[in-house]
Write a protein that binds this ligand. Structure first.
Ligand code: GSH
Length: 221
């Protein structure tokens, strides 16, 4: 049991609301100094099938709503969005790569890679290995990006992504982003679903919440 509160954010690069979720969480993190935050990649399709749910885009009305809502969130938060030409793309290699980067690199480097806007703001199809490598090269360097890409076929890495996904399902996840919060001094997990739950999460943890674009957030995200 930890004396600090914690938030684990389960995300998948294929999920636009995860894209917003991780960026917003990293904004609030600067104000929520007494909370341990971790971003944990999952396979969203596995979470959806494991919870007998389905992707919003599979329900026509939800898909149409999502398209409009995503643009509104971008306008409200200042987080750039350009809906990708190839959606949904295959993000399993990207997620495995992020598993490796999380294990190997510093938290700051890992979070820079997670926050990369290649897919959701620059229309780069990160389902293609060469595009994924070149997207991460400015952060990792070309040699490491290529080396980590090769490691994505290792059994241990594949298993880690499966384990993350099963862990999220076992915690009650049915989509992404999913946040599991534990309050300081307690092991009891509390699940919050969606990038639009930050106000409620802040209230739950007794933390400050200054709206969608807090004053202390970096000017350019
Ligand atoms: N209202 C939520 C929507 C999140 C959402 O729709 N996430 C998708 C993936 S991008 C999902 O997993 N949906 C499952 C569901 O809606 O049941 C938000 O603003 O973040």
């Amino acid at each position: 049991m930890s004396t600090r509160s914690s938030i684990v954010c389960y995300y998948d690069v294929v999920s636009p609301y995860s894209y917003y979720g991780v960026k917003l969480l990293n904004r609030y993190k600067t104000q929520w100094k007494d909370v341990d935050v971790e971003l944990r990649p999952v396979f969203l399709a596995g979470v959806l099938s494991g919870s007998k749910n389905q992707a919003p885009a599979n329900v026509a009305a939800k898909g149409a709503y999502m398209f409009k809502d995503l643009a509104r969130v971008s306008a409200a938060t200042g987080i750039p969005l350009k809906f990708p030409s190839n959606f949904p793309t295959m993000t399993v290699p990207a997620s495995r790569l992020l598993v490796i980067i999380q294990k190997t690199e510093s938290v700051a480097t890992y979070e820079q890679c997670v926050e990369k806007e290649a897919y959701w703001a620059e229309d780069q199809d990160v389902g293609q290995q060469e595009i994924l490598i070149s997207a991460l090269t400015p952060i990792l360097g070309a040699d490491k990006a290529a080396k980590y890409m090769q490691q994505t076929s290792e059994k241990e890495i594949k298993q880690q992504l499966i384990d993350n996904t099963n862990e999220a399902i076992d915690a009650g996840a049915f989509g992404a982003p999913t946040f599991i919060i534990k309050k300081a001094g307690s092991d009891k997990p509390h699940l919050f679903f969606g990038s639009d739950r930050f106000e409620v999460m802040a209230s739950f943890l007794g933390l400050p919440y200054e709206g969608l674009a807090p004053q202390t957030s970096p000017a350019k995200l």
